[in-house]
Design a binder for this molecule. Structure first.
Ligand code: ME8
Length: 658
């Protein structure tokens, strides 16, 4: 019976479109799954989406749709996550969404199980509370001690919550990390032990009551299960754990590998094993924490606006070239700097020059000198030289080295090994100079045929080992070198002389055309610009003043910081708010402002604003207004928007702005 191999990606948040960093993680898992299938393993490859939590609830609210509608669009909609994985030729066997009914029900059972065995208990979650926003915050989330969302003061608060006894498992988890090869690469172990376990593991808050988009705790309405508990157990529920949807849990669990990004190693190597220990289920065999793809030295993130779109790159350079670049360039356990230059350079050097040239030169020569089929007997050595033995030796030994690299999660090293052989084969062409041999076919025809056979055979072995990385292109390559299914197998990748002597060789399409760096970079820049513009709200700003104001006139305007003491709507007016302001003079100043459409009076109390105070007083709706508050105004999609200018509360009332 074949050996089972169960591998997972993290399940992605459908909060924004995925970028090249997410694609990196999924392509790596896909290459590993394809490699294991090639070796004959019974592979289960799982990926999916992590759809609950406050972040999604908030985003849906902002978009004016239900959370379910919001995630459905990002997961299943056009250009969504499923489309991206299809485009990238991801061969997952299963896809889980944490909003799937079977998962939700299983999570409720799991939560109850941990509760019944005494590992989940009710307590209170102490933190800071912002009343107007109805949000709980921890001390470290506050900005200058205030609510990070609205900037208002927060108060001490407690929320009833369930806790998981993480502390109880600290010793067992530490042993797992330090004394086994559970967490890889090894360099991540110290970080986990020293930063999180040694300082003392605190029990983990595993339910919330301040939002509703999550798995309800069925025995205590009002609580929803913490999103990470819900998310981590996907690896089990997707195999049928505590549900009837699937029936493979006994067969595939425990997982052989969870591939995850380094920032979520803590969840996978501390919290995840502890929860499995709590319900007495086997632990996954390995967690591998890979590095990040960086852009200009920083992590890509949608909020920073520095994401790279995999759709644009795949369309421009081809899916396989993109997959290959990601795996070839960045050592899997470390961070790597993404750049378009590096991508194009890698395609040109490895694919167009090295592999592409080997293939096109070899197939062209078989066509030109032998009409597309080598003569019988070409396998046997003819006038053997040292370079024949070296090439054959390297190609025959390649699979063993490649296997070691892949099994230690070093796809970049495996690819480096393959390309060393490809480069050796190109050198072999120069050394044997087939064009010179072809000048006297009678004397050198047999030697020439043998040389070309060696080149085809080397190409075949390398191509077989490249299948996990570039499945579609290798299929095309096998057609060009006349390699049937037998000649593309894992077994045949370690055997020399498998390709039939009379295989039909055809010089087909150029699989990896050379890219004009300058032109491609300019086109990418233009595409990124267009995407940025399309994502921007349609802003309209007031035209700039054509006439200059002289300095002395400008200086006559008296701008001051003012504090809002009171603010109310003006009776019978939809537009006006009446402000009572501290302007530092000791006497209250009254200003009326037509901003009721944008602000509620209670939201402005205590704020520090900017006013021009030496305008002549004027009456509005029968009330006097002494000055004007300064706002920023613009239009968005034709609608007028206004933002009162608010300044740091540390600025005292009456401070002059100049
Ligand atoms: O963390 N380079 O989801 P997620 C490399 N839902 N990898 C990157 C990356 C980058 N620039 N940006 C993101 C979550 N990733 C949870 C997982 S699992 C039970 C729950 C990787 O969509 C990131 O490191 O924020 C992580 O492994 C994965 O994308 C999903 O990130």
């Amino acid at each position: 019976m074949s050996k089972k191999f169960y591998i997972t990606t993290p399940i992605y948040y459908p909060s924004d479109k995925l970028h090249i960093g997410h694609t990196y993680c999924t392509v790596a898992t896909d290459a590993m799954a394809r490699y294991k299938r090639l070796t004959g393993c019974d592979v289960m490859f799982l990926t999916g989406t992590d759809e609950h939590g406050q972040k999604i609830e908030d985003k849906a609210k902002a978009a004016g749709v239900t959370p379910q509608e919001f995630v459905d669009k990002i997961v299943e909609g056009e250009g969504g996550i499923l489309d991206l994985w299809k485009l990238m030729n991801i061969s997952n066997d299963r896809f889980i969404r944490t909003t799937d009914d079977y998962h939700v029900e299983a999570i409720q059972k799991i939560f109850k199980k941990m509760y019944d065995n005494g590992d989940i208990y009710k307590g209170s979650y102490k933190g800071k509370y912002c009343k107007p926003c109805e949000s709980f915050w921890t001390e470290s989330q506050l900005v200058d001690g205030k609510c990070p969302d609205c900037g208002r003061p927060v108060e001490d608060a407690e929320e009833e919550a369930y806790f998981f006894r993480l502390s109880k498992y600290a010793d067992r988890v530490q042993h797992l990390l330090e004394d086994t090869d559970f967490l890889q690469p090894r360099s991540r172990v110290n970080e986990m032990v020293n930063n999180f376990i040694k300082p003392g593991l605190e029990d983990l808050c595993v339910s919330r009551t301040s939002f509703t988009w999550g798995v309800p705790v069925d025995f205590d309405p009002g609580h929803v299960v913490y999103v990470w508990v819900d998310a981590l157990f996907n690896y089990c529920t997707a195999m049928g754990f505590l549900n009837d949807k699937y029936d493979d849990y006994g067969h595939y669990w425990p997982a052989d590998y969870h591939f995850v990004g380094k920032e979520i190693v803590r969840f996978h190597s501390i919290i995840w094993p502890a929860m499995l220990m709590s319900i007495d289920e086997p632990l996954p065999k390995h967690v591998f924490g890979h590095g990040w793809l960086l852009l200009d030295g920083g992590k890509m993130s949608k909020s920073k606006g520095n994401v790279v779109d995999p759709y644009i790159l795949a369309e421009k350079f081809g899916v396989d070239a993109l997959r290959f670049f990601l795996m070839r360039t960045f050592p899997f356990g470390s961070d790597g700097n993404f750049s378009n230059e590096l991508l194009i350079q890698t395609i040109n050097t490895d694919l167009a020059n090295d592999l592409g040239n080997l293939l096109s030169r070899t197939t062209a020569m078989v066509g030109k000198y032998f009409g597309g089929t080598l003569p019988k007997g070409c396998k046997a050595a003819v006038a053997a030289q040292d370079c024949d033995a070296e090439l054959i030796g390297m190609a025959s030994a390649l699979r063993e080295q490649y296997e070691k690299d892949m099994d230690s999660c070093a796809p970049h090293t495996a690819l480096a090994d393959v390309f060393r052989v490809i480069q050796r084969a190109n050198k072999y062409i120069d050394e044997t100079a087939p064009w010179a041999l072809a000048k006297d076919m009678e004397a050198n025809g047999a030697r020439l045929a043998h040389v070309l056979y060696n080149l085809l055979e080397t190409t075949r072995i390398c191509a077989t080992l490249l299948i996990p990385f570039m499945p579609e292109s290798m299929e095309k390559l096998f057609v060009q070198i006349g390699a049937g299914a037998d000649a593309q197998s894992w077994e045949s990748a370690a055997a020399w002389g498998v390709l039939a002597e009379d295989a039909a060789i055809t010089k087909g399409e150029n699989l990896f055309p050379r890219i004009d760096m300058e032109k491609a970079l300019a086109e990418l820049e233009a595409a990124a610009d267009a995407a940025r513009k399309a994502a921007m709200p349609a802003l309209e700003i007031e035209p700039f003043a054509a006439e200059n104001v002289d300095f002395d006139t400008f200086c006559k305007s008296d701008f001051r910081a003012v504090k809002v003491k009171a603010c109310q709507n003006v009776k019978k007016s939809d537009k006006l708010l009446k402000f009572t302001l501290d302007d530092g003079s000791g006497t209250d100043r009254q200003i009326l402002s037509g901003i009721a459409k944008w602000y509620k009076p209670e939201d402005l109390i205590g704020k520090t604003l900017v006013a021009i105070i030496n305008l002549p007083p004027r009456k509005m709706m029968g009330q006097e207004s002494c000055g004007m508050l300064i706002s920023a105004v613009h239009k968005e999609k034709g609608e007028e928007k206004l933002h009162l200018l608010m300044v740091d509360d540390a600025i005292p009332a009456g401070a002059k702005l100049c």
